[in-house]
Ligand binder design. Structure first.
Ligand code: DOR
Ligand code: ZN
Length: 353
C-alpha cells in the first residue's frame, strides 16, 4: 500500500500553550487535525468560563481564514472547583470536558487536585450532566516508584471513582502500561484511553541512550519494552476504547536542556507519520483510521469528520528543531520528536482532497 486516504483525524489530547508559542505550534496541529482537545495547564490554568473563552478566542483568531480547526476546551479541576461554573460552562459549550491533574504530577499542575475524594461532588455532577472527565493517571506519593505511578493510580484512585460513579465518562490519558491497557479494556465503554506516538516508539532505555536524554523525558515517563509492546497491540487493535491523543507538549530548548528539564515531547509536526510507522510495522494500516478518526469521536459522541486526508509512502527527513518566531525574529527552538530520523509516510500537503 503506497497511499492511504482517511477521514481527517482528531487529536484528543494536545498542549498548544499560549501567546507566541501558540502562534508557532498551532498551525502544525491544525493542518492535519480537524479537532483537538486542548489541555488547560497554562501558567494561569483554565479554571473559569472567561479564561476558557479567552483562550479559545486566541486559538480561533490565529486560525481565521486558514483552517476549519475546532478547539475543544477543557476546565482545569482544583480542590475548590465551583459546581456552578462547571455546569454552566459545560451547558453553554465553554468547556468540552474537565481535566484532573493530581497536584504536582506534571507541568503546571501545582493547583491540581490534592485528593480525588475532595471533588467527588464534582464527579457526581459531571456524571449527571454527561461531562467527560480526563485524567492524568499518576499518583505523586514519594514512596511510589516513578514507574509504578500509573498502576498505583489505577488501583488506589481510579477504581474507587469508577465504582462510585459507574456512568461517568472517563478518559485515562496517555496510557503507558500493559496494566492500564487491560484495565481500560475491561472497563469500556465508559472508560477510554488516549495513546501517544512517543509511548509507542520509546521504552525507558531511550532515556539513557549514550547519555541522559531529556528529549525523551515526558510524563508519565516511558516504560519497559514489555509495556511498549502492549501499547502497540492496543493502539493497532482497532478496539473502540483506544484512540489518538498526541500529548504534544512543546518546551523551549533551554527548558528541556537543563539540570531540571521540563517533561514533554513535541510531536505535533509529524504525529501522523509517527503513528503510521507503528501501524505499518504491525501490518495494521487498515485500522489506522479507526484509531485516528473514528474511535475517539464515537467515544465523545461527536460527528465523524467529513473531510479526508491522504498520506503517501514517501520518505521524509525530520528536521532537528522548529524555530519559534516573533515579529519575524527567531527567539527560540523546540526539538521535534524523531528529529534527524527518516519517516516513511508523509501527509499530503494538499490536505483538502
Ligand atoms: O510530558 C508531559 N508534558 N506530560 C504532561 O502531563 C504535561 C505536559 C506539558 O504540559 O508539558
Ligand atoms: Zn498532556
Amino acid at each position: 500500500m503506497n497511499k492511504l486516504t482517511i477521514r481527517k483525524p482528531d487529536d484528543f489530547h494536545v498542549h498548544l500553550r499560549e501567546g507566541s508559542l501558540l502562534r508557532n505550534v498551532l498551525p502544525l496541529t491544525s493542518r492535519v487535525f480537524k479537532r483537538a482537545i486542548v489541555m488547560p495547564n497554562l501558567d494561569v490554568p483554565i479554571t473559569s468560563i472567561d479564561l476558557a473563552n479567552q483562550y479559545k478566542k486566541q486559538i480561533i483568531e490565529i486560525e481565521r481564514n486558514k483552517s476549519n480547526f475546532e478547539p475543544l476546551m477543557t476546565l482545569y479541576l482544583t480542590d475548590n472547583c465551583s459546581l456552578k461554573i462547571l455546569e454552566e460552562g459545560f451547558e453553554n459549550g465553554a468547556f468540552f470536558a474537565a481535566k484532573l491533574y493530581p497536584a504536582n504530577a506534571t507541568t503546571n499542575s501545582e493547583l491540581g487536585v490534592t485528593s480525588a475524594k475532595k471533588i467527588y461532588s464534582v464527579f457526581e455532577l459531571m456524571e449527571s450532566i454527561g461531562m467527560p472527565l480526563l485524567i492524568h493517571g499518576e499518583v505523586t506519593d514519594e514512596d511510589v516508584d516513578i514507574f509504578d505511578r500509573e498502576s498505583v493510580f489505577i488501583d488506589k484512585v481510579l477504581v474507587p471513582i469508577i465504582n462510585r460513579f459507574p456512568n461517568l465518562k472517563i478518559v485515562l490519558e496517555h496510557i503507558t502500561t500493559d496494566y492500564a491497557v487491560r484495565f481500560v479494556e475491561s472497563n469500556q465503554p465508559k472508560l477510554g484511553a488516549t495513546i501517544t506516538p512517543h509511548h509507542l516508539h520509546l521504552n525507558r532505555n531511550a532515556l539513557f541512550e549514550g547519555g541522559l536524554r531529556s528529549d525523551y523525558y515526558c510524563l508519565p515517563v516511558v516504560k519497559s519494552e514489555f509495556n511498549r509492546l502492549s501499547l502497540i497491540k492496543a493502539a493497532t487493535s482497532g478496539k473502540a476504547c483506544f484512540f489518538l491523543g498526541t500529548d504534544s507538549a512543546p518546551h523551549l530548548r533551554e527548558f528541556k536542556e537543563s539540570s531540571c528539564g521540563c517533561a514533554g515531547i513535541f510531536n505535533a509536526p509529524y504525529a501522523i507519520e509517527s503513528y503510521l510507522d507503528i501501524f505499518e510495522k504491525e501490518e495494521a494500516l487498515n485500522l489506522f483510521e479507526s484509531f485516528a478518526s473514528i474511535n475517539g469521536a464515537r467515544f465523545y459522541g461527536l460527528p465523524l469528520n467529513e473531510d479526508y486526508i491522504t498520506i503517501e509512502k514517501t520518505p521524509i527527513k525530520v528536521p532537528l528543531f522548529l524555530d519559534i518566531q516573533e515579529n519575524n525574529k527567531i527567539y527560540g527552538k523546540i526539538k521535534i520528536f524523531h528529529s534527524s530520523q527518516i519517516l516513511n509516510w508523509k501527509v499530503n500537503e494538499n490536505l483538502d482532497n
